[in-house]
Design a protein around this ligand. Structure first.
Ligand code: SF4
Length: 388
C-alpha cells in the first residue's frame, strides 16, 4: 500500500508561509509524504488568506478547480483540507454563520483544519537552509478597524523567549545564517508574557519593568522585542536578522538604539503607516498622527545609518476625501519610502469599519489613488499590492 501524500498551497503573507511549514511537519509526523505536485497528492491543504475579498475568491476558485480537474481525469478527488485565516475566522465566529457560509460556498472541502490544532509545537519543515522565517508571535490585539487579523488569528500570543532563541541556535548549527522574525505586530512581542506588575524576568536574569504606554493610558510591560533582537544577534553563526511587520507605536527609542548598535540587524525597516491623514488614522484606530510618524522616521534616520523605510498604505478608506488622500501623498514625499505595499480598501466582514462606515470611495477612485501612490513611491520597482 502506498503511503498517503500531501501538497500545501499557501496564500497570503510570510506568516502563512511559516504556518505552512508547521502544517507540513504535522503531516509528516502522521506518516504522510510530501508530494511534488498537487495532482499527485492524496491530500491538498490550502492555507488561506482573507485580507481582501480577492484573496478569498482565489481560494474558492482553487477548490472548484481541484474538484473539476479530478473529475475530468476520472480520478478520485484528493481530500481537500482548508486551513489558515478563513478557518480561524470560522472558529471565532460564535454564531457559526461564517462556517456555514464556507461550507455552502465550498461543499467540495472535506476538512476545515484550524491552525490551533497544529500549534507552535510542530517544528517548521523548511526546504531552505541558509534563511528561515521564524514566527515569534501570532495574532494581534490592536483592532485596526479595517483588519480581520484579530478575528482570524485571535489575540496576540507570544512564543516563550527561550523557545525562539533555542530554535534559532539549532538552525544556526545546521547552516542557517539569516533569520526573519515574524509577527503581525512584531515589535510588540512579549507584552502578553508578563503575568504580574513587577515586570518580566528575562532568561539572563534581567527584569524588565512596566512603563507608561501613552495610547493605552496605563502602565504596561514594554515590548520585549529589543531584548529578543539583542539575544538573537548574539547567536553564533547568525549574520543577518530581519523582522516584519512593525507598527509605529512600539518602535521605541530602545529598539532604535538596539538596531543602531547591531550591524547584524537589517537596515530595511518596514513600518506600516496606512494613511497620512490624522482623521483617517483615528477612524482606522491607529494611535499616532502624521506628525508623530514623520518624527519617528526622522529619529530612525538620524540614529540608524543606512536605514531604508518601507510601508503599507491603504487608499480609499471609507470617507477618505481628496484632501485626506493628499495628506498621505505629502507624507510619502516627506518620508521618501524605499517602497510601499499600496492596497485599495477592501470591506471585510466582522471588522469595525464594515459595521461603522460605508465603503463609499468608488472603485475607479481607489484605482486612481493607488496609481498615484504607486507611481510616486514604487516608480523604480514593480507595483506592490500585498499587505501583511
Ligand atoms: S493592521 Fe496589523 S496591527 Fe492593525 S489589527 Fe491588523 S494585524 Fe493588527
Amino acid at each position: 500500500m502506498t503511503s498517503p501524500s500531501f501538497y500545501i498551497k499557501t496564500f497570503g503573507c510570510q506568516q502563512n508561509l511559516a504556518d505552512s511549514q508547521r502544517i507540513a511537519s504535522y503531516y509528516k509526523a502522521r506518516g504522510y509524504k510530501l508530494s511534488k505536485t498537487m495532482k499527485t497528492a492524496s491530500e491538498v491543504v490550502i492555507n488561506t488568506c482573507m485580507i481582501r475579498q480577492s484573496a478569498e475568491d482565489r481560494v474558492t476558485g482553487l477548490v472548484k478547480n481541484i474538484a473539476k480537474s479530478a473529475s475530468w481525469r476520472k480520478k478520485n478527488k484528493p481530500k481537500i483540507v482548508v486551513s489558515g485565516c478563513m478557518v480561524g475566522m470560522a472558529l471565532r465566529d460564535e454564531t457559526g454563520k461564517y462556517l456555514k457560509a464556507l461550507q455552502k460556498r465550498m461543499p467540495e472541502v472535506d476538512e476545515f483544519l484550524p491552525l490551533e490544532e497544529v500549534g507552535f509545537d510542530y517544528p517548521a519543515l523548511r526546504q531552505e537552509v541558509s534563511h528561515a522565517w521564524v514566527p515569534i508571535s501570532n495574532g494581534c490585539n490592536n483592532f485596526c478597524t479595517f483588519c480581520v487579523v484579530p478575528f482570524t488569528r485571535g489575540r496576540e500570543v507570544s512564543r516563550p523567549f527561550k523557545d525562539i532563541t533555542e530554535e534559532i541556535s539549532n538552525l544556526a548549527q545546521k547552516g542557517c545564517y539569516e533569520v526573519t522574525l515574524l509577527g503581525q505586530n512584531v515589535n510588540s512581542y512579549g507584552t502578553d508574557l508578563v503575568k504580574n506588575s513587577k515586570g518580566y524576568k528575562l532568561p539572563n536574569t534581567k527584569t524588565v519593568k512596566p512603563v507608561m504606554v501613552k495610547h493605552l493610558g496605563k502602565y504596561r510591560i514594554p515590548t520585549l522585542f529589543p531584548y529578543l533582537l539583542e539575544e538573537v544577534c548574539k547567536i553564533k553563526g547568525i549574520k543577518t536578522v530581519k523582522f516584519i511587520s512593525s507598527n509605529p507605536w512600539d518602535f521605541s527609542d530602545q529598539l532604535i538604539s538596539v538596531i543602531a548598535k547591531n550591524p547584524k540587524i537589517d537596515r530595511n525597516l518596514h513600518i506600516a503607516v496606512q494613511s497620512g491623514d490624522d482623521e483617517v488614522l483615528k477612524r482606522m484606530n491607529r494611535w499616532y498622527t502624521q506628525y508623530e510618524y514623520i518624527n519617528l522616521i526622522k529619529k530612525i534616520n538620524a540614529k540608524i545609518y543606512g536605514a531604508q523605510i518601507s510601508t503599507d498604505i491603504i487608499v480609499g478608506f471609507p470617507g477618505e476625501t481628496e484632501e485626506q488622500f493628499q495628506n498621505t501623498v505629502k507624507l510619502a514625499k516627506e518620508v521618501n519610502f524605499a517602497y510601499a505595499y499600496v492596497s485599495k480598501y477592501s470591506d471585510r466582514p466582522i471588522t469595525a469599519a464594515h459595521k461603522a462606515f460605508t465603503d463609499d470611495v468608488s472603485h475607479s477612485e481607489k484605482e486612481r489613488r493607488w496609481r498615484i501612490l504607486n507611481k510616486l513611491i514604487n516608480h523604480k520597482s514593480t507595483p506592490r499590492t500585498a499587505v501583511h
